[in-house]
Design a protein around this ligand. Structure first.
Ligand SMILES: O=C(O)/C=C/C(=O)CC(=O)CC(=O)O
Ligand SMILES: [Ca+2]
Ligand SMILES: [Mg+2]
Length: 406
């Protein structure tokens, strides 16, 4: 598995994609739209419809405007760049990617991480709880999640300091303190929430979810498995995951992923009514999956290709569940899908699973073997989705390098 995702067939950042990000150029940080290998400096284009929101150093103001404005913006952008004839007029507003610094695309409000892959949950259950059923009794009735730490969500390229904490090796009677020796990744998709804030006590239904789902980022939920295994009973992940979560700089809109919508593979038992998909005008379902192909690269070797289409719970179901108790959502909230693992070994989205807790080390192209991350290691997540008329929608890259514990 050494080939890269094939992006040669068409341009993954063409007129069908147009993802949003935040960049710094000339000492000024603002919203931009990616076009090929340039950033379109949207707020500098004459008559740009949302120039005030785009002139700010985060996507939050634009996220708050809601779906109607997002559609207006997309139509304006596609008119602007869609026809080659227009390119001379926008040329002066395009800045080469190499000349800009990409920043965190949003100020993250609340951050929740789900657990929506049946294959991942089954694998982790087998590894962490070998004496129990791998899937807990609630797993197929609700999308399990936990509240994460929004303040430590960082943009791709940020170094990740190895966390220290308590762990209890099975051979020791009491815990020890020190740098994690089982540092791992989780390849996930992150969903960026927008639209008007919901009201306390009022759930967001499955049918309303699309008004709040603005777009997606690649997300790496760095996980210290030794810290996690000792601390997580009974309240779930805490310091083993809160030290850092990396997201990609480009937010690919749900509009750009329209052609990538696919039916879920099937839910049995049927979920409770508030989680049940309803038919939409185009004959699809409000509970749809996404046909996104990932690759996970470790020090230059592609070690896995997780397929997002195999996820059990849909994005809209996760959002409906997250608000069903009346908890509010606000523009800038972020939720992770949970680790993406497909049914095959070479489709697992964490090194815990790929190395089966260290028992089956992974061989890299440089001849070395690994089970967990070493200092200096670099992980890159990439993904693509199908666009309309054979176009490819790139989700870009999400990368991080491990630096020694402090
Ligand atoms: O099953 C467990 O005890 C732990 C599971 C995880 O670490 C996974 C997690 O963070 C959710 C996910 O990414 O799927
Ligand atoms: Ca996770
Ligand atoms: Mg994390």
């Amino acid at each position: 598995m050494t080939t890269k995702l094939d992006l040669t067939t068409s341009d993954p950042f063409g007129v069908q994609n147009l993802p949003y990000g935040v960049f710094t150029h000339g000492g000024h940080t603002r919203v931009g739209v990616r076009l090929d290998n340039s950033v379109l400096d949207v707020c500098s284009v004459p008559d740009a419809p949302f120039a005030d929101a785009w002139a700010t150093p985060s996507l939050n103001a634009f996220l708050a405007l809601g779906r109607e404005s997002w559609t207006t913006a997309r139509t304006w952008l596609q008119d602007l760049v869609g026809d080659g004839d227009e390119r001379p007029t926008i040329e002066q507003h395009l800045i080469p990617l190499a000349d800009v610094q990409m920043e965190m695309p949003l100020v993250v409000g609340d951050y929740v991480d789900f657990y929506a892959s049946e294959h991942h949950a089954t694998n982790v259950g087998r590894i962490f709880r070998p004496d129990s059923e791998p899937l807990t009794p609630n797993w197929k009735h609700l999308p399990i999640g936990y509240h994460g730490r929004s303040g430590t969500v960082v943009v791709s390229g940020t170094d990740i300091v190895r966390p220290s904490g308590q762990r209890k090796p099975p051979t020791e009677p009491t815990p020890v303190f020190g740098p994690s020796v089982r540092l791992d990744i989780e390849a996930e998709l992150g969903f960026v929430v927008g639209g008007a804030p919901s009201r306390l006590g009022e759930p967001v239904s499955l049918a309303e979810a699309d008004d709040h789902l603005f777009g997606v980022v690649l997300l790496n939920d760095w996980s210290a498995r030794d810290i996690q295994a000792w601390e997580y009973v009974p309240l779930g992940p805490f310091l083993g995951k809160s030290f850092a979560t990396t997201i990609s700089p480009w937010v690919v809109t749900m509009d750009a992923l329209r052609a990538a919508r696919v039916p879920l593979l099937g839910q049995d038992p049927e979920p409770l009514p508030y989680l049940r998909g309803e038919p939409t005008d185009d004959g699809a379902s409000t509970a749809y999956g996404l046909d996104i192909d990932y690759e996970v690269e470790w020090n230059g070797t592609v070690v896995s290709r997780p397929p997002y289409r195999t996820m059990y719970w849909s994005p809209a179901q996760m959002l409906a569940h997250l608000t069903v108790n009346g908890a509010t959502i606000r523009p800038g909230d972020l939720f992770g899908s949970g680790t993406i693992s497909g049914p095959e070994k070479a489709q697992r989205g964490s090194f815990l699973e790929l190395s089966w807790s260290g028992q089956e080390p992974i061989r890299l192209d440089d001849g070395s073997t690994r089970a967990f991350l070493e200092d200096g290691d670099t992980v890159v997540l990439r993904a693509v989705a199908p666009g309309p008329d054979g176009a490819v929608i790139g989700l870009g890259e999400c990368t991080g390098t491990i630096t020694p514990a402090r």
